[in-house]
Design a protein around this ligand. Sequence first.
Ligand SMILES: [Zn+2]
Length: 164
Amino acid sequence: MRQITLSNGKTVEVECLSCAITSGVIEPDGGVIVETEHFHAHQDVAYPIKGLIILASKRHIFSFDELTEEEKLDYIHLLTKLRKAQREVLGIEYVYYFYNEDTTHHFHTWMVPRYDWMGDFGRSVESLRPVLLHARKERNTKEMVEDVLEGIRALAKAFNESSI
Ligand SMILES: [Zn+2]
């Protein structure tokens, strides 16, 4: 078991944070954006970036080559739907995708929207970490977090109404 401090300051003891979130043991702030049989989409509001989505598998795996045929199809369909929702609901023009296999949790893809302010940190992959850290440290006001939560609600609503 590992101790993990959540974005709301609460500390939990879990074997794997992704398992805890995708199984519903831990409810991420803002709740679920959408879930399918094999995947679960939510946001980590510790990084207050509107429209940032974390797409996690429900199964405790780490790499693309562990996905079953059914999971592969579910993944690409959901990923592209989420991308479409980011564009149509939140007007997000560009997204950076990131996933690392040596995670301490399990398989999850970051979908990080690109906003104008991020240009200060350069382009492409080298800007990603500074952008996330900047968001966590400098964009963590009540108003900004509320705006992020509003984004989650808007995305979830689009999926609930099947308008995506
Ligand atoms: Zn897991």
